[in-house]
Design a protein around this ligand. Structure first.
Ligand SMILES: NC(=O)C[C@H](N)C(=O)O
Length: 340
């Protein structure tokens, strides 16, 4: 049975670098029950001031990296955020990093950092489903728990983590599954990394694949990422949008396929043409869980396709962007998808 593990009392308190990017956790409404709100309206200083309990568990060093709703998160912010986290982790003084982030694309940023940061120190992403001004806002406890996870020695070497709703998720596994509910984050394939109860941690396991200090990807020399589009399959998908995506000069396409990464015959033909023009094509699934294997129904060897394995389309896009900085060979790309 796992035992609750409170953050050990340390004197002086551990230092945590808090990198703020906006999101609903920093969102403000006009009234406490209004539906609309402005993401990132509060600065990280405002959030910290409202939560004096944070000072009981860590010394905070605060950086406001961005102030946006995470729908506007892009590669430029990712690279800047990764560089700031990297700098923080290089300091012997810093025990861990916490990133406040909108929940909509948190899984993508978390997985990107999981692949690119080279440290065993804890890196924890945290957000909220209710704005900071809402009745029973979830942000303060999420932030407190995130800080507890980031300062705890048991969190080392587990890759980038996501903390929300008293749960700890691995970056590779976590998916946002609900538009508004607090329990939106799930890890459908391999389950939770653990639980965190008012700052007390219970870890259940280790991350399954290579990450952070074990990753071959790095920030060195990385100034831009190749263009990769996601295309959503449906009954009767025709080829026009796939052709159009190739026309944009994309280096890669991810198909959010039906079932186990399947697609219509017309889409299949368009994807095969894309591969013959040097575009990497990854077959993922729109189902929300499970594995896309090679060579089931579709002849991946003949078409030169890559199976996404366990990655959903948005995470497959992140891995493909990084993988394409190393190779364009479909066999090597497939190996990368079996490794991360
Ligand atoms: N709950 C949230 O944080 C949603 C918000 N739109 C965001 O991702 O920034």
């Amino acid at each position: 049975m796992p035992r609750a593990s409170a953050t050990p009392f340390l004197n002086p308190l551990p230092r945590v670098r808090l990198l703020a990017t906006g999101g609903t956790i920093a969102g403000a409404q006009l009234t406490t029950t209004s539906r609309g709100y402005q993401a990132g309206a509060f600065s990280i200083d405002n959030l910290i001031t409202a939560l004096p309990q944070l000072a009981d568990i860590a010394q905070l060093e605060i950086e406001q990296v961005a102030r946006l709703g995470s729908q506007d998160m892009d590669e430029t912010v990712w690279l800047n955020l990764a560089a700031r986290a990297d700098t923080a982790l290089a300091s012997a003084e810093v025990a861990g990093v916490v990133v406040t982030h909108g929940t909509d694309t948190m899984e993508e940023t978390a997985y990107f950092l999981n692949l690119i940061l080279a440290s065993d120190q804890p890196v924890v992403l945290v957000g909220a489903m209710r704005p900071a001004t809402a009745i029973s806002a979830d942000g303060p406890m999420n932030l407190y728990n995130a800080l507890a996870v980031a300062t705890h020695p048991d969190s080392r070497g587990r890759g980038v983590l996501v903390v929300a709703n008293d749960e700890i998720h691995f970056a590779r596994e976590v998916v946002k599954t609900n538009t508004t509910q607090l329990g939106t984050f799930k890890s459908p394939n391999r389950g939770l990394a653990g639980l965190v109860n008012a700052g007390r941690l219970h870890f259940f396991g280790a991350p399954p694949r290579r990450h952070t200090s074990g990753s071959a990807f790095s920030l060195d020399g990385l100034t831009a990422l190749p263009r990769v589009h996601i295309l959503y399959a449906h009954a009767g998908l025709t080829r026009e949008l796939i052709d159009a995506a190739v026309q944009t000069g994309a280096a890669g396409l991810v198909i959010a396929g039906v079932g186990d990464g399947n697609m219509s015959s017309a889409a299949l033909a368009a994807c095969a043409d894309a591969v013959s023009r040097g575009v990497a094509v990854v077959r993922s699934s729109r189902t929300g869980g499970g594995v896309v294997e090679r060579n089931i129904e579709i002849d991946d060897d003949r078409h030169g396709f890559i199976a996404a394995d366990e990655l959903n389309p948005q995470k497959a896009r992140v891995l493909l962007m990084l993988a394409l900085t190393r190779t364009r060979d479909p066999r090597e790309l497939q190996e990368i998808f079996f490794t991360y």
